[in-house]
Design a protein around this ligand. Structure first.
Ligand code: GLN
Length: 487
């Protein structure tokens, strides 16, 4: 066992007792990155000097007896969260050289705990994708099978955690981008309630859906990161003043008597047999813990993908209007006049998927089409939210697969965007409804690829997700398996 193999809580014990130093842990992780990241491509930037300086400072803090759970822990951060003085590309050529002059609030909170920032992880360009293949910096490979995608858009964060190239990571989730890569790489990933975590400094894709959250090796680590990143922030007008509980308090707590809802619409055509089997077995495990299992209905599920692929591109087309090559970002060398400069900079700076979304969104918002598309999609969104409200009147958590299949092959779906979009069916509803959801490992396919189990709860009930996920994890060994990285 190497230091880089450990979890946050395992390292915390060793760091706080002086058994190891943060500098040793950080060096171990950096060596791991050096030896395997050429194959995985989890990182866009490795911030080695910053990490070593932070580790040194963390060791000083620890020697003064002030070691909090994240002190000295090397974390990887998706390249969409602004970090002061460190290039933040959002996986795009247009932001290739963007160095933010400020920290995102989540980064600031982690800095205050003296966590160590090891690097910036690869992602689909502007978080638009489910495979990390739309990154300007090339695709990330799944550590469980290098010919496959790690999921997306937070695929770099997922691959980095799975390959032990960091101890834990942050991702963001607009329609599944934390949970789906967590499922594809055998990790725990939690998308918090909309408004639970500040979006200040999170480069906007679809502002009414975006949330940052943890991607970790086990449930306890997710709880530890949640304790730090959650909470009200006056810099984000959509963040809510709701008290943050200690999420570790529910670990190990009995789940007997709690109820789980199984939505019949989620066990549909297109769901892979091995995934369905693993999820059914996980439900049996929960039943064995004396949880009450009920069949429930979320009747508007079928419309979620269509609504999302109108709302998200509409918001994206507006958010991405700011990349005009005037104040920052890529600028064309074909500078023949103002309009031409805008046009060439944007068409050279954005990749194909981002352009597709901008066009879809601009169309959906345009005069004459707004009512038919954007407004209609917003109405559908309300129906989806109401579906969940009804179900949560009778059960504590909903259990579903995270993704209809295991990780697919690199290149398999790049030219078939509709197929790629349709696979987001299980993750998108939580974003539309604003509710929290967690993905955790629940098995492997015959080919050795991880399968994810998704739990959803009502708004601001992340504790229930963590409690049930921890209870399931206690009964299983899936999270302890590691890829062999035969690359
Ligand atoms: N796969 C979805 C999309 O392409 C979700 C992405 C995300 O959550 N950022 O939009």
């Amino acid at each position: 066992m190497e230091l880089y193999n450990l979890t946050i809580h395992e390292l915390h014990t060793r760091l706080s007792t002086g058994e190891v130093t943060s500098q040793e842990v950080t060096e171990s992780v950096l060596k791991r990155i050096e030896s395997i990241d050429k194959q995985v491509n989890a990182y866009i930037t490795v911030t080695q000097p910053l990490a070593m300086a932070q580790a040194k400072k963390a060791d000083e803090v620890i020697s003064r007896g002030q070691c909090t759970p994240l002190t000295g822990i090397p974390l990887a951060i998706k390249d969409i969260l602004c970090m002061k003085g460190v290039t933040t590309t959002c996986g795009s050529k247009i932001l290739e050289n963007f160095v933010p002059p400020y920290d995102a609030t989540v980064i600031k909170r982690l800095r205050e705990e003296d966590a160590v920032f090891i690097g910036r992880t690869n992602m689909d360009e502007f978080a638009m994708g489910s495979s990390t293949e739309t990154s300007y910096f090339g695709p990330t490979r799944n550590p469980w099978d290098a010919s496959r995608i790690p999921g997306g858009s937070s695929g770099g964060s997922a691959a980095a955690v799975a390959a032990d190239e960091c101890i834990a990571a942050l991702g963001t989730d607009t329609g599944g981008s934390i949970r789906q890569p967590a499922a594809c790489c055998g990790l725990v990933g939690l998308k918090p309630t909309y408004g639970r975590v500040s979006r200040f400094g999170l480069i906007a894709f679809a502002s009414s859906l975006d949330q940052a959250g943890p991607m970790t090796k086990d449930v306890q680590d997710t709880a530890l990161l949640m304790n730090v990143i959650c909470g009200y922030d006056p810099l984000d007008s959509t963040s809510l003043k709701v008290e943050v509980p200690d999420y570790t308090a529910v670990l190990g707590k009995d789940v007997a008597g709690m109820s789980i809802g199984i939505p019949k619409e989620y066990f549909m055509e297109g769901l892979d047999g091995e995934v369905a089997k693993a999820v059914s077995e996980a439900i049996k495990v929960l039943e064995g813990l004396q949880m009450e299992v009920k069949e429930v209905s979320l009747p508007h599920t079928d419309y979620a993908v269509a609504a999302y692929y109108l709302i998200a591109p509409a918001e994206a087309s507006s958010n991405l209007a700011r990349y005009d090559a005037v104040k920052y970002g890529y600028r064309t060398s074909k500078d023949t006049g103002l309009l031409d400069m805008y046009m060439h900079s944007r068409s050279e700076g954005f990749g194909a998927e981002v352009k597709r979304r901008i066009m879809l969104g601009t169309y959906a918002l345009s005069a004459g089409y707004y009512d038919a598309y954007y407004k209609k999609a917003s109405q559908v969104r309300t129906l989806i939210r109401k579906d969940f409200e009804t179900v949560f009147e009778e059960c504590d958590v909903i259990v579903t697969p995270t993704y209809p299949t295991s990780a697919f092959k690199i290149g398999e779906k790049v030219n078939d965007p509709l197929n790629m979009y349709l696979s987001d069916i299980f993750t998108i509803p939580a974003n539309l409804a604003g509710i929290p959801a967690i993905s955790l490992p629940c098995g492997f396919t015959g080919e050795g690829l991880p399968i994810g189990l998704q739990l959803l709860s009502n708004s601001f009930q992340e504790e229930k997700l963590i409690q049930v996920a921890a209870a399931y994890e206690q009964e299983s060994r899936w999270h302890l398996q590691k890829p062999t990285l035969a690359m």
